[in-house]
Ligand binder design. Structure first.
Ligand code: UDP
Length: 506
């Protein structure tokens, strides 16, 4: 064992599903490996979400002794629970005033976080071993220091997407009126970005807007951390990790991907034995129905289409995509939600799809339309799934690549366009269909790209081959067999040794 089970680590994720899940996975990984106590601190609604989330092996998140959840009540404010941010929203989909509210709430967690650390210090006779905080919680560095411990920053994104995202914010203003293309400091000149890869908040930013005023100091403060944990593996992003190390000049431990164990078994899921794995209580289709449908189709023939947990495309894009899918005659599973501009949790209206589309797809068995939520992990594990049309959220990317499934990119917000660019240019496992929810996309373009990627020969075949190579690298990084430790396991052990050494050197 690397340490003593009495050590305590306190985690501070950003209040959004895409951050909470990898933080929870990291907590469990560290706990399994060391026996340390882990406390995850967040606002009451987010704690409630964590409590009700089944971790991806069907154990409730909190049923694991050694992992504790702590509520942070914004200090000095009268808290209206309904105003606290809900975890299943992407901040960049919020209107600017609500985003400002989220920023000020994030900052107001400083005092309760300080109190939590002080309480632990008093009770245990020493401060926690370290804190692990989100990139948006740069202030945690000072708070950790004030109680006599150190902070480590955990980026829930990959190295390329993370670096591009925060260098972009730190190096404002970067958008010259005379050019639609630019480079981002920290990334080599050959990585040219187009302004359509930046969210409108970035395009509007000049350093004095609410996003810049929040993000710039938060991100720069993380550079005073003891080090960075990054949700990627050395073999998966060797170059981007080198660029990131050069840019932030801190130790970086690539400890990912933190995937459900079922994704790391060797043989693809065939449908014969039902996996116990469940991604929590979610609305949508039953796992059994989904697997039965996949069982009807040939290996590598089905296109899985999903835009993650928080994003949707526009009504006209949805219409064209539906037509493109139908015309391609390729089997598909599509997670459908009300389009952009409508309540994502509301009723789905038939008028958003071509007339008779759902009936035709169901009769011909060409397409399975899944409302709101699909069992994504099982779908990607199934041998019939041959490609993933994805918004390039980092979890989806890792899940897909771990199964050797190539990607058709349709990035929407945040660092998704950077992930998509990396998948195309650095890895060769993806082709980008379009980006954003305001682009024009035609059915025939969608059909062409789907056919190209699903075709085993030519570019589609090459993409699949490269995705399989990445899958092997992922497996090697997270596997431990006898003496041989994968790079991500070594990195986690190195991280633990480094913080323990730091504590006992004082
Ligand atoms: N997910 C799922 N079913 C769905 C949509 C999403 O299981 O219908 C899961 C998916 O497996 C992934 C996560 O939700 O683990 C989405 O994370 P990602 O980083 O890809 O995107 P985000 O939702 O944060 O935009």
């Amino acid at each position: 064992s690397l340490g003593s089970s009495s050590e305590h680590i306190v985690m501070l994720p950003m209040m959004a599903q895409g951050h909470l899940i990898p933080f929870l996975a990291l907590a469990r990984k560290i706990h399994q490996r060391t026996g340390f106590n882990i406390t995850i601190a967040s606002t009451p609604l987010n704690i409630q979400y964590l409590r009700s989330t089944f971790y991806k092996d069907s154990t409730p998140a909190t049923e694991c002794s050694g992992i504790h959840l702590a509520e942070l009540i914004p200090f000095g404010r009268i808290v209206d629970q309904s105003k606290l941010p809900i975890p299943d929203r992407n901040a960049e989909n919020l209107p600017l005033d609500q985003m400002e509210e989220l920023f000020s709430l994030t900052i107001s967690l400083q005092a309760p976080f300080h109190r939590l650390l002080s309480d632990i210090k008093e009770k245990e006779g020493r401060p926690p071993l370290c804190t692990i905080s989100d990139i948006f919680m740069g202030w945690a560095v000072e708070v950790a220091k004030s109680v006599g411990t150190i902070n480590i920053t955990f980026t829930t994104t990959g190295a390329y997407g993370g670096l591009a995202y925060f260098s972009l914010w730190l190096n404002l203003p970067h958008l010259r009126a005379d050019s639609e293309e630019l480079t981002i400091p920290g990334l080599p000149d050959r990585c040219r970005f187009h302004i359509s890869q930046f969210h409108k908040f970035v395009r509007m930013a000049d350093g004095s807007d609410p996003c810049s005023r929040f993000l710039q100091p938060q991100i720069s403060q993380t550079f005073q951390s003891f080090g960075y944990l990054c949700h990627t593996a050395e073999e998966v992003e060797p170059l981007a990790l080198e660029w990131l190390r050069n840019y932030i000049k801190l130790p970086i431990w690539a400890i990912g991907p933190l995937l459900p164990p079922v994704m790391l078994n060797k043989s693809p899921y065939s449908g014969s034995s039902m996996s116990k794995h469940r991604a929590g209580k979610q609305p949508g289709i039953s796992l059994e129905r989904c697997i039965e449908w996949l069982d009807l189709h040939c290996p590598d023939s089905v296109l899985y289409v999903s835009f993650g947990s928080q994003n949707t495309i526009s009504p006209s894009q949805m219409m064209e995509l539906a037509k493109g899918l139908e015309e391609s005659r390729n089997p598909f599973i599509w997670v459908i939600r009300p389009p952009f501009g409508f309540d994502m949790k509301g009723e789905f209206k038939a008028e958003w799809l071509p007339e008779g589309f759902e009936e035709r797809m169901s009769e011909s068995k060409q397409g399975l339309l899944v409302r709101k939520w699909a069992p994504q992990v099982e779908t990607l594990l199934h041998k019939s799934t041959g490609a993933f049309l994805s918004h390039c959220g980092w979890n989806s990317v890792l899940e897909s690549l771990s199964q050797g499934v190539p990607i058709i990119g349709w990035p929407l917000v945040g660092e998704q366009p950077f992930n998509s660019k990396m998948l195309v240019e650095e890895m060769g496992v993806s082709v980008e269909l379009t980006r954003g929810h305001d682009s024009t996309i035609e059915a025939k373009e969608a059909k062409k790209v789907i056919e190209m990627v699903m075709n085993k020969k030519g570019k589609g075949g090459e993409m699949r081959k490269k995705a399989v190579e990445i899958a092997e690298k992922i497996r090697a990084a997270v596997t431990e067999e006898g003496e041989r430790k994968g790079s991500s396991i070594t990195a986690l052990d190195d991280f633990i040794s480094a913080v323990l050494t730091k504590r006992f050197s004082e």
